[in-house]
Design a protein around this ligand. Structure first.
Ligand SMILES: [Zn+2]
Length: 245
């Protein structure tokens, strides 16, 4: 298991900053949601995760950096989503900021690992696809290698449609977690989560039986069961009497 501590900063707070021009989706909604998806993925891999705020709090950038410094974090990650001015605009994609070069600095290796994993997951990257440098206080006042992620543009129609999609947010969270593990040189502690057709270890035996006997078809072990799928399973078990004699 990991001995590393990660400080995650879930961007802004209700009422602040970036929003879609049609006011349909706010940055604070996205950042908090992604935080709640990313945090358990990292904890499953054994990371100690520290958050910079609760849902309704709005600490200063310096206070957010202090949380990370006090925790002795090995990595600081600030989650944001982007916007440009002037309504719907073409710029789109995922990007990462660090305080400065060189490319070999730990912060830039971490950013590059996350960008690589996100790209591998099929997410569109903004611009060069490399980390950009910006002197945000959360990036300069943190002692841990610090990366700020801008996960897409609220002012791009395609991006905001993706950001609103919970399956896309799951994909983003999984890819960011993958990138963090790559940065720390870690193997996935739960390889089954990387393969959508493999059951979790606690369910493996039952899942294999269910697939072998045809009760389930052996795909999508982590998907919720719909009412019609439940009916088919009951029928395959012979639990539904024939009707109408
Ligand atoms: Zn932001």
């Amino acid at each position: 298991m990991s001995k590393y501590t990660i400080c995650i900063d879930p961007g802004h707070w209700p009422g602040s900053v970036n929003c879609a021009p049609d006011k349909s989706y706010w940055e604070y909604e996205f950042t908090w949601d992604l935080y709640t998806r990313l945090r358990p993925l990292l904890e499953k891999q054994g990371f100690t995760v520290v958050g910079t705020r609760t849902q309704q709090e709005n600490p200063s950038q310096t206070a957010r950096a202090t949380v990370s410094n006090k925790a002795g974090a090995d990595l600081f990650l600030s989650i944001h989503s982007n916007a440009v001015s002037g309504g719907w605009q073409p710029p789109r994609g995922f990007t990462a900021f660090t305080s400065s070069g060189p490319e070999t600095a730990e912060r830039n290796q971490a950013a590059t690992a996350i960008l690589g994993a996100v790209k591998d997951a099929g997410v569109i990257l903004f611009g060069t696809g490399k980390p950009y440098y910006r002197g945000y206080t959360v990036l300069t006042a943190t002692t841990a290698p610090a990366v700020l992620l801008e996960c897409g543009f609220h002012t791009n129609r395609e991006d905001v449609a993706l950001l609103k999609d919970h399956a896309y947010r799951d994909k983003l969270a999984a890819a960011i977690a993958r990138g963090i593990m790559d940065y720390f040189g870690m193997e996935n502690q739960q390889p089954e989560s990387g393969n959508p057709d493999q059951a979790d270890s606690w369910a493996k035996e039952a899942w294999a039986k269910a697939a072998a006997t045809g009760i389930f078809d052996g795909t999508r072990p982590s998907d919720p069961l719909t009412r019609q799928e439940a009916a088919v399973v009951l029928d395959r078990l012979g639990l539904l009497p024939e009707k109408g004699e």
